[in-house]
Design a protein around this ligand. Structure first.
Ligand SMILES: *Cc1c(COP(=O)(O)O)cnc(C)c1O
Length: 386
């Protein structure tokens, strides 16, 4: 049995050569040479298992794939130039024209663009967006031509969950592919494959990398599915990760457990502070008792991570702006899951026609690795503006 420390520090790292570096080399190469035509001819019939060209295999990339698969408890994994490259590739690999997809309401914005706005509708693929906190609503939306159930548990604004075990079981009985975006929980806090989900995708730009210096994505699943994706969509669409970025993610993984532990603990302290604050109308955090699905959260997720949202009592955008503009440690930016604490108010982008599902008085927080006291004091100081 591989434990976490083995996967992160040892798996795949001691293979070949007499140099024995503790940090793996970056194979900055596009292609690999052969000494004879015979070897070349043999290799070229099997792109999956040979070093031919780095749009397919690269040793630095493959080392990361092995660790990511092991962390998710998956047979295999592929890594991509971005989370969206991983998501697009995983989805495109499992639909054809005329199919139907059931997707959770309010997924990541670009996932919605892929499924429901600019890309799949062009190919005659229909999508139903459902409130999948209610498993029966999701099941009711399934049609005879449903090929994918797309999940995000929780999503990263309002943190609704789906019952992964129940949905995984239903989908298996009906031969429907399940895909989940597991970015929020990381493989440390939620392992969807063990709950019966087929494909797990992540943005590695968030917690897996953890240092806000790299955009990357991953996709994990069975060996047969990952082989199929590799030989078709992966090699064809070509959304590969650069070897240097793979090295950055490998470095990020070394500290993933300590970063997650720190961010969870700090977040609990911040949540306790905010939950009883009179300027906070509502808190969105799966592991807080005010969350309608917190029992499910404790059942299928080991812990909560460091992203949550508040709804302020005030709907006055000027006040929300003043609060956000006055913070010192919490910087204002998109993304989350890095070393640095961030806020993003929904009033930056809520306007008619876009994200209409979200109220204007939400503020999302991503808790970084700073001293908890500094973060809480900063919030305390600025709450007066709300
Ligand atoms: C950021 C994000 C993505 C997209 O990842 P990129 O690496 O930015 O392409 C997908 N899903 C979730 C939940 C995200 O937060």
């Amino acid at each position: 049995m591989m434990d976490l420390s083995y996967i992160i520090n040892i798996l795949g790292e001691d293979e070949g050569g007499d140099v024995n570096p503790v940090s793996p080399p970056i194979y900055q190469t596009s292609n690999y040479y052969f000494r004879t035509v015979e070897q070349f001819r043999k290799a070229i019939t099997n792109e999956r298992d040979n070093w031919i060209y780095s749009r397919g295999n690269n040793p630095t990339i493959n080392l990361l794939c092995r660790k990511i698969a092991a962390l998710e408890g998956a047979e295999d994994a592929l890594v991509f130039a971005s989370g969206m490259a991983a998501i697009s590739t995983a989805v495109l690999a499992n639909v054809k024209s005329g199919d139907h997809i059931v997707c959770v309401q309010n997924p990541y914005s670009w996932t919605e663009t892929l499924l429901n706005r600019n890309i799949l509708p062009k190919f005659g693929i229909e999508v139903s967006m459902v409130d999948a906190a209610d498993t029966s609503a999701l099941i009711d939306a399934v049609k005879p031509n449903t090929s994918i159930i797309y999940l995000e548990s929780p999503n990263s604004w309002t943190f609704e969950l789906q019952d992964l075990n129940a949905i995984g079981q239903f989908a298996e009985e009906h031969g429907i592919m399940t895909i989940i975006d597991n970015s929020y929980s990381t493989p440390l806090y939620q392992q969807p494959i063990s709950l019966g989900i087929d494909l797990v995708v992540h943005t590695a730009s968030k917690y897996l990398g953890g240092h806000s210096d790299c955009v990357a994505g991953v996709c994990c699943g069975s060996k047969s599915m990952i082989d199929k994706i590799f030989l078709n969509e992966f090699l064809t669409l070509g959304g590969i990760m650069a070897p240097f970025n793979a090295w950055l993610i490998l470095r990020g993984l070394r500290t993933l457990p300590v970063r997650m532990e720190r961010t969870s603990r700090t977040t609990e302290a911040i949540i306790s502070f905010l939950a009883k604050h009179p300027k906070v109308k509502m808190l969105f955090y799966p592991h807080h008792c005010s969350h309608p699905q917190h029992e499910l959260a404790f059942r299928q997720m080991k812990k909560g991570s460091g992203v949550f949202t508040i709804q302020t009592v005030t709907e006055d955008v000027d006040k929300i702006e003043r609060f956000c503009n006055s913070l010192t440690y919490w910087r204002m930016a998109v993304s989350w899951g890095g070393f640095e604490s961030l806020v993003i108010p929904s009033c930056t982008f809520v306007r008619p026609g876009l994200y209409t599902g979200l109220p204007i008085n939400l503020i999302r927080f991503s808790v970084g690795l700073e001293e908890p006291e500094s973060l809480i004091n900063d919030l305390e100081k600025c709450m007066q503006f709300l």
